[in-house]
Ligand binder design. Sequence first.
Ligand code: UD1
Length: 434
Amino acid sequence: MDKFVIRGGNPLVGTVRVSGAKNSALPCMAAAILTEEEITLENIPQVRDIDTERKLLASMGAEVDFGTVSSQHRTTISCRTLSDPVAKYEIVKTMRASSLVLGPLLARTGMARVAMPGGCAIGGRPIDLHIKGLEKMGATIIQEHGYLEARASRLKGAHLVFDKITVTGTEDLLMAAVLADGETVMENCAREPEVTDLAALLTAMGANIEGAGTSTIRVQGVSSLHRATYRINPDRIEAGTYLIAGAITRGDLTVAYCNPDHLRAVIAKLEEAGVRIDIPAADAVRVRPGNGLFATDISTEEYPGFPTDMQAQYMALATQAEGVSLIKENIFENRFMHVQELVRMGANIKVDGRTATVRGPAKLSAAAVMCSDLRASASLVLAALVADGESILDRVYHMDRGYERIEEKLRSVGAEIQRMGNVFAPRVPAAVAD
Ligand code: UD1
């Protein structure tokens, strides 16, 4: 298993380039199920979750272009035949977003068998809202042997109101609705840019969608969809992680090929904390030290609020800020796995329910730490960048799920970071297994 060895202390200086958004690419790849024609996606990040999704689609009978080493940021998927519309547990257990194939499989083939995702490190990850919506659209869904088996000769448009805002739930039902008979109105939808990305691809495929990016989405079902080529938007979470890397190391870092508009909540908090932020171009954000780094409270919310996927990284920064920061996690019940590891590095953090109290600044000292999930890993990398000495981060496969060659990107702007062990090679299926 790969490890990162990080020697802290260097300010990050220069320009770092952001990859395409993993959380947009995943539903967009699932959308290929909806048509017999070819879907080409550009700016696909070269990360492990994407490779898992390629495997998942291929296991169902899709023709998936795994790309050459130089063209892995582009993928072509053809779901002309879907001989086996099943998402197997072996794949679903490594990537819960696999449940995104439920809606499109049902819409396209009239049946789907998808393994139940179960819990994960950050808490229960139910898909009851996906099921409820599909049932309202006329599907019959039974659960047995750890699988959901869904059937519907043709889904019917319906009026759906989400009890709770769910990103992949909105995406899954949107994909089901585009081929349903008649109009579907979805209320209390997620407004994340990834939903908008998916809707843009579906529209390019011939779907009729209004209101994506707002809480009410209206879809007029069509009988079939066609080929399209679509470029995935930049990853706002990767971009936010690099902004914090610049801020925590007191560097002068430009985060390029990002969309500053998608980063508003993160930028606002960094400015409140005293970090100097400039937008030197429409697709770049520059971060520099201001007159100090001060504690600020954050509370995770659905978009456009502060993202839960940035909470762990922000906590690393809070350990270096002057004063007391209260960090409230509202989206997931157990998303403080990074706290114990940060404490082992010298951070002063107390957790009470869904709130972490961070007292800073703390002098962090290098340690051997364990990555527990994707964003927790990112927070440990950030802490290690300012810790005194050499930290060793174990289980960086969590990091490889969502950050494309982070060690190379950070090294190019001055970080001392090395990968030890088998270098991650996402194109080789054997390297994908957990
Ligand atoms: C997506 C993102 C993930 C991000 C999260 C919240 C992808 C692939 N992943 O995950 O990175 O952290 O949004 O921004 O896009 N819930 C239910 N029932 C459901 C579905 C969700 O109760 O059927 C609950 C969840 O337990 C959670 C909340 O709703 O408490 C939000 O979850 P959701 O938005 O669905 O997260 P994901 O889409 O899985």
